[in-house]
Design a protein around this ligand. Structure first.
Ligand code: SAM
Length: 464
């Protein structure tokens, strides 16, 4: 390792320890580890002329250092845009003696929009944060963006010269799902997707900055789509295990331009919960509005059904009745009450609210019952009917498989990629990527009580 790189590593570590965690989180400062920076720079192709480069969201400059290591004297200049004045200063100290270029202090989504500068090489590890639909910066972008990271890439693509290349370190969520369709349509209309590098182990890449997301490195270039896309994978940090080439038409599929990692990757991942025929509805019984209908003990004189809360699944499996301070029976005193009831059968409950400190945002439970039940409003439930006509899932295995799938880290990360909220509503569930019902049923056969996260991810992993 060169002296410059060792210096960049020291600077990075110092910046991480000098910056309060809250500020790092606010600006999504997950600084790139050196092995990842080197690998990212190595994805660029060789150049036969001087290069104008851009490092968007430059941080402490480790990606710029990696670019300099990659191209040496060929780098003519590296511009950077950085929002944090402290890091912008660190960047200058780190790089400006070695390479010319502008350090622009400001918002990368706005700064330079009209500058018109074009670059041969753009490198970035963009901030990863949900971007609201009414964020005023949306109007500076060529297409709607669900997340800051996809917005950064679009800003980069706009600033690429013809034939120029952009390498970005990003989560995997852009590759599928409706939220990122406008992003994929824009980027893939301007650029060729040349390469993907994926990490086999999700938590080690950014292990020192608490990033728990599946990370990939992607290279786009400003030209027509190339015929073959290179996909490489490393399981242990830095060690590349597999390199494959696939026909672009096998990886970029459908009118929503879903990007698969391999042709074998389940085609159903181009599908969503809604498109495979599942319908999420919100639990109907709002307990504080229905107090007169709810009792703690099963009433002898009044017809009643079990009232199911997420609290009835203490170990992931239904326990009813259960004492946790909530009335367990819903009385069918009139026609309105009768309409709140779901038929016997299989469903999946999804918690609507989670606390910030909870490990997962998306938490699902299989509900398989042989008698009618009423569902409380703090959960959504999945069935196979329509919003106003509930039809149970076609099998118990489907309920078990679907609950496993929704409890996978893949879904949790996907959700975090598109939503900054701790609330998971029916509208969010509809858009979640989803395997076919047959695949979910096979998955359901692997369900058992109290499966731990690692096992859930292993069994769901084959469908991703
Ligand atoms: C994930 S870090 C990557 C930093 C550095 N490039 C690296 O790889 O280590 C994202 C960087 O973008 C900066 N940033 C966040 N929002 C920004 C914005 N809107 N405009 C410019 N920079 C921003 C952060 O301060 C941080 O330095």
């Amino acid at each position: 390792m060169t002296e410059a790189f060792e210096q960049a590593i020291r600077t990075r570590i110092k910046a991480i320890s000098d910056t309060p965690e809250a500020r790092r989180q606010a600006l999504a400062q997950h600084l790139t580890p050196p092995e990842v920076a080197e690998l990212a720079a190595s994805l660029f192709s060789d150049a036969d002329r001087a290069l104008d480069c851009l490092d968007l969201g430059g941080g402490t400059g480790i990606l710029s250092v990696a670019l300099l290591e990659r191209y040496g004297e060929q780098v003519e200049r590296i511009d950077t845009v950085e929002l944090d004045p402290t890091l912008a200063r660190v960047y200058d100290e780190e790089l400006r003696e070695r390479v010319g270029g502008k350090t622009i202090l400001g918002d990368a989504l706005i700064a330079g929009v009209n500058g018109g500068t074009r670059y041969d090489r753009i490198i970035l590890n963009p901030p990863y944060k949900k971007m609201a639909s009414n964020d005023p910066r949306q109007s500076c972008l060529p297409a709607h963006s669900a997340n800051l990271y996809s917005a950064f890439i679009m800003r980069g693509v706009e600033q690429l010269r013809d034939g120029g290349e952009l390498v970005a370190i990003v989560p995997r969520s852009w590759t599928n799902g409706d939220y990122f369709t406008p992003f994929r349509r824009f980027v893939l209309s301007q650029c060729s997707l040349d390469m993907l590098h994926i990490y086999g182990s999700r938590d080690e890449v950014f292990s020192d900055t608490n990033v728990l997301q599946e990370t990939m490195i992607v290279r786009f270039s400003k030209r027509r789509q190339v015929g073959k896309i290179r996909v490489s994978e490393s399981v242990v940090k830095g060690a590349t295990l597999v390199v494959r080439e696939y026909e672009a038409r096998d990886l970029i599929v459908g009118d929503k331009l879903v990007v698969r990692i391999s042709p074998e990757e389940s085609t159903s991942l181009g599908e969503t919960v809604e498109s495979v025929g599942l319908c999420p509805s919100t639990g109907k019984v709002v307990d504080f509005r229905s107090r007169g209908y709810i009792t703690q003990e099963k009433p002898k004189e009044r017809p009643s059904v079990p009232l199911i809360y997420v609290g009835n699944f203490p170990k992931g499996q239904l326990q009813h009745p259960l004492s946790f301070g909530k009335g367990q029976w819903f009385c069918l005193d009139d026609e309105w009450a009768t309409k709140q009831v779901c038929d016997p059968g299989a469903y999946v409950l999804v918690k609507r609210f989670s606390a910030k400190e909870e490990r997962r945002r998306v938490v699902a439970y299989p509900l398989v019952v042989d008698a009618p039940v009423a569902l409380e409003n703090h959960s959504s439930f999945l069935h196979q009917g329509r919003p106003r006509r509930v039809v149970p899932l076609r099998s118990a295995d489907l309920a078990y498989g679907l609950s496993l799938w929704l409890n996978s880290t893949f879904i949790d990360e996907w959700f975090r990629g598109v939503s900054g909220s701790t609330q998971v509503n029916a509208g969010d569930i509809k858009k979640m990527p989803c395997p076919s019902l047959d695949d979910l049923e096979s998955l359901g056969q692997k369900w058992s009580v109290g499966m731990d996260q690692k096992v859930i991810d292993e069994v769901c992993g084959v469908l991703i």
